[in-house]
Design a protein around this ligand. Structure first.
Ligand SMILES: [Zn+2]
Length: 238
């Protein structure tokens, strides 16, 4: 498990392979529950506080609260809350887990930004929802992009869909073996365009495809290594 330091009053972290897979597509429900329980215990978190996003690679944001504890929210790729009694969670292995914190209005969010969600600007949709629900001003937001498939390993043999979109231009580089795509770079720029201060955006330098301690969809596809997902969590420290 690794912590991302966003603010003293906020816990934000991601689990690792050694903490076990957290997705029932890749191991039994019992194993997944056991792994989540151990992750929560390690951070003194109430496992009943977990609210998970089901994730469908879209851009739907759901506001959650006490009534959603222990639930998986269907059709959501982004969760937001101002309820200190819940812990927001995603499952990832290459897609970007985006952690958001509004210190003024005491609100948090977590968004699953794969290439589709990034094209759809889920980070912007999440910021807009935090503004609507909690009055969050992008100027005050602290945002972290967790480990993901970085441009070093995000190589597409065919021209990627984003190449048709001018605003992606600077984030796509043609090279001998195809096209190299910098998805976190695009997400960071989207945050800046929304009004988030550059110094308030933390970008992880960990590439999931190269980091053996993390699950990676790309690496599993290439090497046949067993697939899995690691957890990304954000919560209020009590
Ligand atoms: Zn890489």
């Amino acid at each position: 498990m690794k912590d991302i330091l966003m603010a003293e009053s906020i816990g934000s972290l991601y689990s690792e392979k050694k903490d076990g897979n957290v997705d029932t597509r890749f191991s039994s429900q019992q194993d997944v529950e056991g792994n989540l329980l151990a992750i929560c215990r390690a951070r003194n978190l109430d496992p009943q506080a977990l609210v998970q996003a089901q994730q469908i690679h879209a851009t739907s944001v759901k506001k959650v609260g006490a009534a959603d504890r222990e639930k998986t929210i269907s059709g959501a790729d982004s969760l937001i809350t101002d309820d200190p009694g819940v812990c927001l969670m995603l499952r990832v292995a290459d897609c970007i887990p985006i952690y958001l914190f509004d210190p003024l209005n005491r609100a948090i969010g977590i968004a699953h930004s794969g290439w589709r969600g990034s094209i759809g600007k889920i980070i912007l949709v999440t910021i807009m929802n935090m503004n609507e629900q909690f009055g969050s001003n992008p100027n005050d937001l602290i945002i972290a992009l967790g480990p993901s498939l970085l441009d070093c390993c995000h190589i597409m043999r065919e021209e990627p869909l984003q190449a048709k979109l001018p605003e992606w231009g600077q984030f796509i580089r043609k090279q001998d073996n195809g096209y190299c795509v910098d998805v976190p770079g695009f997400v960071k720029k989207t945050a800046a365009q929304a009004g988030v201060k550059e110094e308030n955006v933390f970008l992880s330098t960990v590439c999931t495809a190269m980091q053996d301690s993390l699950f990676s969809h790309a690496r599993s596809t290439e090497t046949g290594e067993p697939s899995g997902r690691f957890a990304a969590l954000i919560y209020f420290k009590h």
